[in-house]
Design a protein around this ligand. Structure first.
Ligand code: SF4
Ligand code: SF4
Length: 448
């Protein structure tokens, strides 16, 4: 364990405890937990292992003992690391425990005060040297496309060699979606007809490079609904992966840059089509609260952030919807449903499409096992959660799975493929786009 002299130990503690004095998990928030256990059944790790310390209540207990002087042990860190950050417990908790704030504070403490094994550290460093950087991801596209077209993926998967030699690499290989051609997105797209709003679009890192069609569809749908769409060219990563993994300083750096990029664009709203990014951008006011140069700007920015389904619902529909005869299972991305409380808007938008039938997925509240990079760091339990989600999706008999997060799309697609379920996959805006343009359902990958 390392000490950080510039981050003072909290006074009055019997021992140093697990945490330094720089925003440890709040005693007040911890004391809101009345140990009722209502959160247990929606917690994916408790569902998998039935261990109290792998439940929200158990993790809150560990935070409390860390504040009371318990040192940060490997076992304690293991329980914190195992948390997917899905926030299903926040939805389920009748006492309003703000577990999201607690686990984010805890993760930052773990990153500062716990020595990870060299292998774990190297893997995390490699992930964070790649995923938040569009140019590096773009450089990966060429070799990855060649690999995907070579027929090698089938050989690699059938042999099981990569899984035996490098299971974490095998997970990344299986998650990579078939790469589409990149559609150029103009810096400004004018509204169709009367302008109703000027919006700025976050194009995202993984979303932009692995699912460029989603951004193109988002621009078309927003323009069709009367928005001028600005894509600030200076935007970079929003910092979601960093903040969700306790990399506080890095997250703040990304957040400041994002605030600047959208401030200078002069937009009414900042629109996001990736659930994980949206939830962290809505928390910039908290993240930058101690930064005198950015606190006020971050608050103003946060007020403007909307998930694309929220802004479309707020504006109301004007573009004509053409029929799509298709059954749709809508999967709630945790960072949209639990973290942002956005459940009704995407469903309502989909149900406006004539001919589209919406089906609910059993155990909808339980995470698919994606959770940012959790599935790469924890391949086996992620596979179990993915298989469980895939079985629940298949039970709906739907022809198309719709969700609003690139991580979920990759995790669910790979799980459905493993079980041999043939089903189309699309982001909510791709379905709206197909309907507005009068495309057939086959354009969404649905077999007809
Ligand atoms: S539901 Fe809320 S109050 Fe009850 S144990 Fe879980 S976190 Fe604590
Ligand atoms: S965030 Fe998800 S995995 Fe973590 S304790 Fe809450 S329900 Fe469990």
């Amino acid at each position: 364990m390392t000490t950080t002299p510039e981050r003072p130990v909290e006074l009055g503690m019997p021992g140093r405890g697990a945490f330094d004095g720089d925003h440890p998990p709040s005693k007040e928030l911890i004391s809101d937990c009345v140990h009722c256990g209502f959160c247990l059944t929606t917690c994916p790790t408790y569902t998998l292992w039935g261990e109290e310390m792998d439940s929200p209540r158990g993790r809150i207990y560990l935070m409390k003992s860390g504040l009371e002087g318990e040192p940060m042990t490997d076992s304690m860190v293991q329980h914190f690391d195992a948390c997917l950050g899905c926030m299903a417990c926040v939805t389920a908790c009748p006492s309003g425990v703000q577990y999201d704030k607690l686990i984010e504070a805890t993760r930052a403490q773990v990153e500062r005060n716990h020595d990870r094994s060299p292998g774990d550290r190297a893997l995390r460093n490699a992930i964070f040297a790649l995923f938040p950087y569009k140019r590096r991801l773009r450089a990966l596209r060429g070799p990855l496309r060649l690999y995907q077209r070579s027929g090698l993926p089938k050989v690699v998967r059938r042999s099981g060699l990569l899984e035996r030699l490098a299971p974490k690499l095998a997970v990344m290989e299986s998650l990579a979606p078939p790469l589409e051609k990149r559609e150029p997105i103009p810096a400004r797209t004018p509204a169709t007809g009367t302008r109703r709003a000027v919006v700025g679009l976050l194009t995202g890192c993984v979303q932009g490079e692995f699912f460029p069609g989603v951004n193109a569809a988002t621009v078309r749908v927003l323009a069709a609904e009367g928005c001028d769409v600005i894509v600030p060219q200076s935007q970079g990563c929003c910092g979601a992966l960093s903040v969700h993994n306790g990399r506080d300083d890095e997250a703040k750096r990304f957040a400041r840059r994002t605030v600047e990029a959208f401030e200078s664009a002069g937009v009414d709203w900042v629109v996001v089509n990736a659930a994980g990014c949206g939830s962290s951008m809505k928390e910039y006011a908290d993240l930058l609260a101690d930064d005198p140069a950015y606190a006020e700007r971050a608050r103003a920015f946060t007020d403007k952030v909307r998930d694309v389904s929220e802004i479309l619902a707020e504006l109301g529909t004007v573009a004509t919807r053409h029929p799509l005869e298709v059954t749709v299972a809508y999967h709630d991305a945790c960072h949209l449903a639990h973290a942002q409380g956005v459940r009704a808007q995407p469903r309502a938008l989909l149900q406006e499409i004539p001919g589209l039938q919406l089906r609910e997925i059993p155990e909808a509240a339980i995470c698919c096992g994606s959770a940012g990079i959790w599935n790469v760091l924890n391949p086996e339990p992620a596979r179990e959660l993915g298989d469980r989600k895939a079985a629940n999706i298949a039970s709906t008999g739907a022809a198309l799975l719709v969700t609003a997060n690139p991580g979920c799309l990759m995790q669910v697609a790979s799980s459905l493929q493993r079980r041999g379920t043939d089903i189309g996959m699309a982001h909510t805006v791709e379905v709206l786009d197909a309907s507005i343009r009068g495309l057939p359902v086959s354009a969404l990958g649905v077999s007809t």
